[in-house]
Design a binder for this molecule. Structure first.
Ligand code: AMP
Length: 585
């Protein structure tokens, strides 16, 4: 390895065990990416310029996997079964219908819907007619939905019957809205005060499906998803055909979240949250059976689909898996068919990892990403030289967020933007670069979020170890600065939720006259359990550095969550802003 770098006249300072511990000095200066323009004297390759196109995924699925099933727990109740052939036909009917309604290529047509086959058809139908599929998170506050929909200028919104009451409240404020298409049949159309409700089945029932997808350059926008906007207004991340397909291919490699035609995949992660981590693309592209849970994400409902549909791979945030694991434990159930579970959105707590892997024999793949990264940035799969490690060491690796999927590049930097060593100890702002990472936001909101070398600032704080495994220690705004040193709130939280009586834990920094900030640990006990501060502190003892020990532990009944299921630290800081730590008195 060192020899190879020597070829380029660089030193390999900082290299350790894994051969991958390169600081900026070892890797050479980080150049800005090439522009795509051909310099004079350089030959262009003589290969086809076929443009990557999202609807072609469905063409492929219909041609090679036409009879493969898509199973939905419908909003109306019963389980519904269809095939990629049928989805292909009905998606083209959606395109035709949107055209008939006057939607033009480039239109941002919204969906405000659960994961169902009709949502999937609408998704491909919108993109297939040259539009941009704009997924709206129904868990957002009403005024955020109004802001987002107006900002995107949605002419139409596809929605489920369950969200009609929500739309009755917000629709009067939607300035560009022409119609709301309810994803159901005539028999289930709700009575509503809304005048412009359209029945989905009637709308597409009037079409024959003879529609050629609109062909666009691969850089054309295809998807739009707004960040949750904890500070200021939500900002729109505008995906292209190219970025979404490249993300799917990059995440589909062996050490990623690959799918095979023999797989049955349960997409618990919502389609409205960053492309359901690519499953809406990778399942049809690989001919995997796709299982869509509708609105029921509780333990028993998820378990029923996992077993009934012989699911081999699934993906969701930790909260969903906590509900499932509780259900399994309470009822003495097993997961004999499930092979892999992808977990991301928040850090995987040790107890979830150990339950899946050690108790149920299901491999956990820890994923990190964000709306701006399409969303997969890193996946945690053991390297060749970690397969035979003692279990405890493997667990410590698997709790990290993992290695970037090629061709994503990562680095960590300090406050002066200087790259920090990849030693697993130094932590700094996590920066990311790649062909499916956002370079800005829709309509230029928020300016240019890139550094001089084209890296996007994730707002996360992380370490990168010598073998390339990245570990998030905090959001930059949540980091606790005690006496000039940083304390990782995530690490303390992860250990605290390992206590058998703890349901959820959050750590925030509170003012301290000597140390600037000290950690306060906030706990929600499991239902029916009571636990003391002393028990919690004794549990943490020896698992974290002494100076990381929280100065106090408080108990609350309910944790505030964001629309994407993350603990809302801002709300906690507000709630405890007048709280004085016993050490600060
Ligand atoms: P969103 O754009 O809503 O998907 O949120 C992205 C943010 O979620 C990231 O910047 C991280 O702060 C957090 N996040 C996502 N995955 C993980 C993970 N595996 N561990 C810790 N934090 C995560």
């Amino acid at each position: 390895m060192a020899g190879l770098f020597d070829l380029f006249g660089r030193t390999s300072g900082g290299t350790t065990a894994g051969g991958g511990a390169k600081t900026e000095a070892a890797r050479g200066p980080v150049a800005a990416p090439a522009s795509g323009e051909m310099p004079a004297g350089v030959l262009a390759g003589i290969m086809q310029d076929v443009q990557l196109s999202i609807p072609s995924i469905l063409d492929h699925a219909a041609l090679y996997h036409g009879d493969r099933e898509i199973v939905t727990r419908t909003i109306e109740g019963p389980i519904h079964r269809t095939t990629y052939s049928d989805i292909h036909l009905r998606a083209r009917k959606v395109s035709q219908a949107l055209r008939r309604l006057g939607a033009k290529p480039g239109a941002r047509v919204a969906t405000l819907a659960w994961n169902t086959y009709r949502h999937l058809e609408a998704w491909y139908g919108i993109i297939g007619m040259g539009g941009v599929c704009h997924t709206i998170n129904p868990r957002l506050f009403h005024d955020q939905i109004v802001y987002i929909s107006n900002h995107a200028e949605n002419p139409y919104i596809f929605t489920d019957v369950t969200f009609v009451p929500l739309l009755e409240q917000v629709a009067p404020h939607l300035t560009h809205l022409k119609g709301i298409i309810v994803l159901t049949d005539r028999a289930h159309m709700p009575a509503s005060s809304l005048k412009n409700l359209i029945c989905y089945e009637e709308l597409i029932g009037a079409e024959d499906g003879r529609f050629d997808w609109v062909r666009l350059p691969e850089t054309a926008a295809a998807g739009l998803c707004y960040t949750s906007g904890t500070t200021g207004n939500p900002k729109g991340v505008l995906y292209s055909h190219r970025s979404n397909i490249l993300m799917m291919l990059a995440a589909g490699v062996g050490d990623g979240m690959p799918l095979r035609s023999r797989d049955s995949v349960l997409a618990v992660v919502p389609m409205f949250h960053a492309n359901s981590w690519g499953l809406v693309y990778s399942a049809p592209a690989n001919g995997a059976k796709l299982v869509l849970p509708g609105m029921r994400l509780d333990g028993p409902s998820v378990y029923e689909l996992l077993t009934g549909e012989k699911v081999t791979m699934t993906a969701a945030v930790p909260t969903v898996w906590l509900m499932l694991l509780q259900h399994l434990e309470a009822n003495g159930l097993d997961l004999p068919v499930l092979e892999r579970v992808v977990i991301g959105g928040s850090a995987v707590p040790r107890r979830i990892l150990e339950a899946f892997e050690d108790r149920y024999g299901v491999e956990v793949i820890h994923a990190w990403g964000m709306t701006e990264t399409s969303p997969i940035g890193t996946l945690c799969v053991l390297r060749h030289d970690q397969i035979d490690l003692p279990r405890e060491e493997q667990v410590r690796v698997k709790l990290k967020q993992g290695r970037p999927i090629f061709p994503v590049e990562l680095k960590i930097v300090d406050d002066a933007d200087k790259e920090l060593p990849r030693d697993g100890r130094a932590f700094g702002r996590l920066m990311i670069r790649g062909p499916f990472i956002a370079k800005g936001y829709f309509k230029g909101e928020g300016g240019v979020p890139l550094d001089a070398a084209g890296y996007f600032d994730t707002g996360d704080v992380a370490t990168i170890d010598p073998k390339g495994f990245m570990q998030i220690t905090d959001r930059a705004k949540d980091v606790i600065k005690s006496g000039g040193e940083w304390i990782s709130s995530i690490e303390i939280e992860n250990i605290a939720v390992g206590h058998p009586k703890v349901a959820e834990a959050a750590v925030i920094g509170l003012f301290h006259p000597k140390w600037d900030e000290r950690p306060l640990l906030i706990i929600v006990p499991k239902p029916g359990e009571s636990v003391t501060k002393e028990e919690i502190l004794a549990f943490l003892e020896g698992k974290i550095a002494k100076w990381w020990m929280p100065d106090d532990v408080v108990f609350i009944e309910e944790m505030p969550h964001t629309a994407t299921g993350k603990i809302q630290k801002m709300a906690l800081r507000e709630q405890f802003k007048d709280y004085v730590l016993p050490t600060a008195k």
